[in-house]
Design a binder for this molecule. Structure first.
Ligand SMILES: Cc1cc2nc3c(=O)[nH]c(=O)nc-3n(C[C@H](O)[C@H](O)[C@H](O)COP(=O)(O)OP(=O)(O)OC[C@H]3O[C@@H](n4cnc5c(N)ncnc54)[C@H](O)[C@@H]3O)c2cc1C
Length: 386
């Protein structure tokens, strides 16, 4: 991928924002289990950073996905994963389908305020009994006059406690599982919506996560995105950007772990020698940095093809898989070299170890990525390609 001076200017804007507005507060927000999401989003909105790839007509910058990717990568310089995750949900998880397939009314009512930072969004796909198996979800939206009446629940929903709207996947008919789903935008102040207490997570502590319950929640049918029954397809498309975002966002977080570990191993002495002088350690860190560069190349390649309008299901799944696997490897190896200090809760590598663990689970677990890759390689039993 060739970066222009505009890419570099955007990179600097995001990096400066992280250094000034996020990093000084990470420890406090991680401890509190929340951050001032509306304030931070408004500041991001003022800089245009919530609408990099969104149409100018609705307040976006109208740039291509490569700019979005640069911003995702730079957000990885945050010293906690929770705040970037909340931002990624807004830019790359709950708004791409509205932007691509939504009506003008939906775009004016929800997309434009999301871009401006006046509204916080969330994405509701997973359910208690249906995470990997999206097709098996049970939440329904039944037609009643001009409305839908929604019943069911969504589990592990990032941003939900403070969100103004949810982009919700619901069953709108009894047709086959891939043809009976629709994406509907639901304002979170609609009567009948309630929440579990905040979920107590291993990592991503500064982001807020809850289960949402829908009890006869009534929304106009015109809040549906696109045609009825096309929600599964739209969500699968929306997942491509979520997965590239996830891969890009982890790159600098992993480099930060490696760099912090190098610093520590230079200072820390055992047997009269800095730890870094052990070949097993400096070789291992070199190997990990090499792997991070390979992840970067794979992610950039997926992005480049996406910008060209090509189908990147295979490469985006590979990048997401590699990011999850490598995230576990880098944080585990680095933590090891910090010894007892690495095992302490406040340690930066320990935080990354907990935060990055999500990448192998959320937005499609590693095994789901492998299944998609196998399908595209024609190696899934009974599903051979010609
Ligand atoms: C912190 C956090 C934030 C989240 N935010 C959101 C959000 O904002 N919106 C949203 O909709 N969801 C969200 N999720 C949900 C997330 O996407 C799901 O947890 C994920 O898709 C996995 O689903 P599951 O937990 O039901 O695992 P399951 O589907 O029960 O799978 C459990 C494990 O089994 C393995 N597995 C599953 N299927 C297969 C298979 N076919 N072959 C082999 N192994 C398999 C995988 O290792 C998987 O991790 C979030 C989750 C977390 C933890």
């Amino acid at each position: 991928m060739k970066f222009t001076p505009e890419h570099e200017a955007l990179r600097k804007t995001v990096r400066d924002f992280v250094e000034k507005e996020i990093n000084p507060h990470c420890d406090e927000w991680e401890e509190a289990g929340e951050f001032p999401i509306h304030d931070i989003f408004k500041k991001l909105g003022n800089l245009g950073l919530l609408g990099i790839q969104k149409p100018e007509e609705y307040g976006g910058m109208g740039l291509d996905y490569s700019y979005n990717l640069v911003a995702a990568e730079e957000l990885g310089t945050a010293h906690c994963g929770g705040v970037p995750l909340a931002i990624g949900v807004q830019t790359d998880m709950c708004t791409p389908a509205i932007s691509r397939f939504g009506s003008d009314e939906l775009k004016r009512t929800f997309l434009a305020p999301a871009i401006a930072g006046d509204m916080v969004g969330c994405i509701g796909v997973s359910e208690v009994g249906a995470g990997s198996d999206v097709a098996g979800m049970k939440t329904t939206a039944k037609q009643d006059g001009d409305d839908y009446v929604i019943n069911g629940s969504k589990m592990w929903i990032t941003n939900s406690p403070k969100a103004d709207f949810i982009c919700l996947l619901a069953n709108t008919s009894d047709d086959k599982p891939h043809k009976n789903k629709s994406l509907i935008v639901v304002p979170m102040n609609t009567p009948g919506i309630s929440f579990s207490p905040h979920l107590n997570k291993l990592g991503m502590r500064s982001s807020e996560t809850a289960q949402i319950f829908f009890d006869d929640v009534r929304v106009p049918q015109r809040y549906r995105i696109g045609a009825e029954g096309t929600g599964f397809m739209m969500q699968m498309l929306q997942f491509q950007e979520e997965r590239m975002w996830g891969a890009a966002n982890v790159i600098k977080a992993l480099e930060h772990c490696i760099n912090k570990t190098i610093e520590y191993c230079r200072e820390r002495k055992t047997f009269g020698q800095p730890l870094i002088n052990n070949q097993v350690i400096h070789f291992r860190l070199a190997e990990l940095q090499t792997e991070v560069e390979a992840l970067r190349a794979l992610t950039y390649q997926a992005c480049e093809l996406h910008v060209e309008g090509k189908d990147v299901t295979r490469l985006a799944s590979m990048a997401k898989l590699k990011a999850g696997r490598l995230g576990r490897e880098v944080t585990d190896s680095c933590l090891q070299y910090w010894g007892g200090n690495g095992y302490m809760w406040e340690n930066p590598v320990s935080r990354a170890f907990r935060d990055v663990r999500l990448v192998s689970i959320g937005g499609g677990a590693d095994e789901i990525m492998l299944g998609i890759i196998c399908k595209m390689m024609g190696t899934l039993p009974g599903k051979q390609r010609d």
